[in-house]
Write a protein that binds this ligand. Structure first.
Ligand code: CP
Length: 314
């Protein structure tokens, strides 16, 4: 694997290999006073973020540091991007300075693919190779989020194949939903998207999942549910249904939590909008695995860096 741009880059064996590596890294580091492996000593990892982030950017930085890579963070604000530098020039400048891997988030769908194409062309001339990891591109994909969600589901359910997983909410604007539908179906789960018709993308009928508009009808038969953030920043001019109607019809509150099978895990990629897609009592309940997802994020990203920069492990 040269880059990780989309879940479509992962077949079931590769995805399972990454999840197994993440799980072994978690076991290896658990309870250690010094969480440092020498695996990526001498390698340089750069995060290049054109959109805000807490979980993804920080966990990639921690993942790199725990494997002894040199990690550098660039955000568009405060870089030469604000002087008008193009994405191509910025990304090639970073690789010319010696980055072995560029982890990038960008508001445009397909941005990571474009950067990987420029890097591959440059590598053909210079002989230096830079891997690109898509850390979220517009409404397109967020592959490492899907991997950490799968790791959490494996921890909670034992196996993903044959399970029914609900993904609920603003699918239209969600790169997390798209990557999760692809990965969970690749791993053998049955995926049900639950959303109002106005928050579903055109073409969803081609996705490997079923679509429903009734959360109450689906909850009793789900093994796990993943709530999506309502992405107000991508809805110029408001959205339908209104925020209040949305919370009433699609918010996961305590009454709805009781409809789920007992102990069914509730996931959310974060950041949560409490009171909108998830009630505070549910977010703080024992069903909620939000912080377990965050913890798994570090190990999954270590596994991805390991596969890309040190080769797939035996
Ligand atoms: N889930 C996720 O991508 O969170 P951040 O935006 O904080 O990275």
């Amino acid at each position: 694997m040269k880059h990780l741009l989309s879940v479509a880059d992962l077949d079931a064996a590769t995805a399972t290999g990454l999840l197994d590596t993440a799980s072994r890294l978690k076991e290896t580091l658990l309870g250690r006073e010094v969480r440092k492996l020498p695996t990526l000593r001498g390698r340089t990892v750069v995060t290049l973020f054109y959109e805000d982030s807490t979980r993804t950017r920080v966990s990639f930085e921690i993942a790199g540091k725990w494997m002894s890579a040199d990690t550098i963070n660039i955000s568009a604000k405060g870089s030469s991007v604000s002087k008008g530098e193009s994405l191509r020039d910025t990304s090639l400048t970073v690789s010319a300075m010696g980055a072995d891997c560029v982890i990038m988030r960008h508001p445009a769908s397909g941005a990571a693919h474009r950067v990987a194409g420029w890097q591959d062309k440059d590598a053909a001339v210079t002989g230096t190779h830079t891997s690109v990891i898509n850390a979220g591109d517009g409404t397109h994909e967020h592959p490492t989020q899907a991997l950490l969600d799968a790791a959490t589901l494996r921890d909670e359910l034992g196996a993903i194949a044959g399970r029914r997983i609900g993904i609920v909410g603003d699918v239209l604007h969600s790169r997390v939903a798209r990557s999760n539908v692809l990965l969970l179906s690749t791993l053998g789960a049955e995926v049900v998207l639950v959303a109002p018709p106005t928050l579903l993308p055109t073409g969803v009928a081609e996705w490997p999942c079923r679509v429903s508009h009734s959360l109450d009808a689906e909850l009793p038969a789900l093994d796990a549910v993943m709530m999506l953030r309502v992405q107000a920043e991508r809805m110029h001019g408001g959205f339908f249904p209104s925020a209040r109607e949305y919370a009433i019809a699609y918010g996961l509150n305590e009454n709805r939590l009781a409809l789920l099978p007992e102990g069914a895990p509730v996931l959310h990629p974060g950041p949560m909008v409490r009171g909108m897609e998830i009630a505070p009592a549910v977010a703080d309940s024992s069903n909620a695995k939000v912080l377990a997802q965050v913890r798994n994020g570090v190990h999954v990203r270590m596994a991805v860096l390991y596969h890309l920069l040190a080769g797939a492990p035996e």
